[in-house]
Each structure stands twice: as C-alpha cells, then as structure tokens.
Design a protein around this ligand. Structure first.
Ligand code: ZN
Length: 378
C-alpha cells in the first residue's frame, strides 16, 4: 500500500430518531454573512452549525433522541454538564456542553452538541452506523433553550450541509427538504457485500478473485480504494472464540478485511491485513457464537490472484455446565459421564457442521462431539 485513495462521500440523514422527527424544526442555519443557505433569515451572526428545536423544555423532558447522520467512528464525547441553560453562556464542553463528535470514512466530521446531561450513549473509538443513538436533546453549554446544534467540519472548517442560492454545493443530505423544514430521516443506501460462500472453523476455500465484482472499494479500517476485484465470504462459528482468517498462496497483492456484518459502508471493520506485494494476509478477532461476519478479499490496483482462505478457531471458551474437574484430560470418560444427547447440545457448543439432518447418525455425531471435547481441553 502506498497511495491512499478517497472514500466515497456519504450523505446524511436528519440526525434525530424517526419518532421524534416530526417534533423538530430549524431555528438557526449556518450564517453566510447575514443570510442562511437559501438567502433567508433563519440564522444569527457567526453561527457555524444548524440548530434544530424540538418543543422547548417540554420536548426535552418528553425526549428527543439524537442519532448519527452517517456511519463513522466516535472521535470525542463530553457529558455531565448542566443541561438547563437559558442564558447562552453556561460552562462546559467549550460551549458545546454535552456533545458527540463523529469522523466519517470520507474525512468529514460531524458535531452533535448541547445534549442532555448523562445522555451520551457512545464513547470515543466506537463504530457507529447511520441512525445509531448518540444521546438526547438538551440545553447544555452556550444554549438558550433545548435544541440540537449539528455541525459539519472538513479539515476543521465548518461547512454548511445545506445547498441553496446562498450556499455552495453539494448538499450533504440524502433528502434536504425545503427551507424552514427539516431534512429527511432516511439513511443513504448502504451497499452490501455479496458473500460467495459461508465458511466455518476448519474450512478452506480456494479460487481467484477474478470472478468477483469491484463494486465496493472502501472499507472502514483504512479507507483505501481498491480497483481490483473483490470476493466476500461469510464466516460463522458455533462458539464465542478467537478466530483467524488466513489468506495464502498469492501471486499478486490481494488484501483481507473482516467486517462486523455485510454492510460495506465503511463501518464495522474488525480488522484488516494489507501488506504490499503477494504476501500472505491474516486477520484475527474475537467472534461471538453464531454471528455472521464477512471476510473480504480485495485486489490492490487491479491485482488478480489465486488464493486459499482458511478459517482457524481457538475453541478455548469454557461453557456453563462444564463441571468436569480441572486437569481431567480423558475425553472418552467426559462424553460417557456427560450422557448428553448430541442432538441437544448445551448453549454455546458448536453445532455439528451443516446444521445436521444427521444422515450420518448418532455415532457420527458422537464422534464430532468427542473431537470437539478434545479440542476444547487443549
Ligand atoms: Zn447552534
């Protein structure tokens, strides 16, 4: 990896929860030297953000939930500040009171300010999706009444997300709406990876990325733009355990990403491996039982190559109900003592592969169970 590509810009939903949108209205847009974005007067001098009211203190008490406008990573939060400010000059958060700051994969940063005391629901470093709850509307910091101050910054310079005769394009909203009303609450369409197959512990898959598509080129961990073809795989384990996905046998520069789910929108990246040249790549993470993760193989600068993908699991998680004494290493006695029907596995135990119509019968299933028992005790 040498060049850093640009992730696609992401448009914003109105950053208030669906049920509360109809209670909201703009009270001050960004100031453009005396006018707002539509050359109107809903602004005040020097205002850098967009303010949205929601029914004053009654509305605040009823609850107006603030959500992320687009996927990203939480950069900062502040909470604990007094939230019934009416004077416009209450202490805390440098004037923003209780607030959340999110950095998006396209490099833009969004601010959600003046939140209710102790309502901040995320922490620095958290990945958020479009619509993730951030907190509640309040009146903390430099505020004269409950409202949301929403601000967009690019390289620390405030940008107006609204586009009109007195503000330059583009609009940053999915659906901007008319002057004096609030934007739409629909998130930008999230492209989904299309997994070609599902892999679990011990599985391998061999082939080439030449058969993949090149549609989704930027992922959350590193925001690089891939012009080569990509292939995605679902990865599922029956246990909560440490999992490693390994990619070997390369003749060109393919990289590997693991995502929390199939949303290819720059959020939910659990890990990536992006060595240059045709080196092996691997990504390890702590998997939750039965959660469907997505591993993506992608070609750097049109790279195409055969590769083998393998899924390795540690399988060291002790399960509730495992009452065998420490040091007992006799798997046969364990299964015999236990006397459990292999079709009725305890919660958290790995299910026999394939979900089991069990044509191989109880003997086969017992063998699988015995093997799992050995593995768990290593
Ligand atoms: Zn404001």
């Amino acid at each position: 990896m040498i060049l850093v590509g640009l992730a696609l810009a992401q448009d914003y939903r109105f950053p208030v929860a669906d049920d509360d949108i109809s209670s909201m209205y703009p009270t001050a847009y960004k100031d453009h030297s005396g006018v707002d974005w539509a050359c109107g007067s809903i602004r005040y001098s020097g205002h850098n953000g967009s303010d949205f009211g929601g029914g004053g203190f009654d509305g605040m008490e009823e609850g107006r939930t603030i959500v992320a406008a687009a996927p990203g990573t939480v950069l900062y939060t502040n909470d604990g500040e007094f939230d019934e400010c009416t004077t416009g000059d209450c202490d805390g958060g440098g004037g923003f009171g209780n607030y959340v700051v999110i950095e998006h994969p396209d490099g833009k940063v969004t601010y959600y300010a003046h939140l209710k005391q102790w309502s901040v629901a995320v922490g620095a470093g958290d990945s958020v999706a479009c619509g993730t709850v951030l907190g509640e509307m309040g009146s903390s910091g430099y505020s004269t009444g409950p409202h949301l101050h929403f601000e967009v910054r690019v390289d620390s310079v405030a940008h107006d997300p609204f586009y009109g005769d007195c503000s330059s394009p583009p609009s940053y909203w999915v659906s901007q709406g008319s002057h004096g009303s609030v934007p739409g609450g629909v998130c930008e369409d999230v492209p989904e990876c299309s997994p070609t197959s599902r892999l679990t512990c011990g599985d391998t898959w061999s082939g080439s990325n030449a058969s993949g598509d090149a549609e989704h080129m930027a992922y959350g961990c590193e925001d690089w733009t891939y012009t080569g073809k990509e292939l995605a795989f679902e990865v599922v384990t029956g246990l909560s355990e440490d999992v490693t996905v390994r990619m070997t046998g390369l003749s060109a520069d393919l990289d590997l990403y693991v995502l929390e789910d199939a949303a290819c929108d720059g959020s939910g990246c659990l890990g990536s491996s992006s060595e240059s040249d045709a080196s092996d790549e691997s990504v390890a993470w702590s998997a939750s039982a039965d959660h469907v993760y997505v591993a993506v193989v992608d070609g750097w600068e049109d790279a195409q190559s055969d590769f083998t993908l393998s899924v390795e699991c540690v399988g060291e998680v002790e399960q509730p109900g495992d009452s065998d004494p420490p040091g007992d290493s006799d798997p046969e006695r364990d299964t015999a003592d236990d006397g459990r029907d292999p079709k009725n596995l305890m919660p958290g135990e790995r299910t026999p592969l394939g979900g089991c119509g069990c044509s191989s019968g109880a003997i086969g299933a017992s063998w699988i169970l015995a093997l799992l028992w050995v593995r768990r005790r290593r």
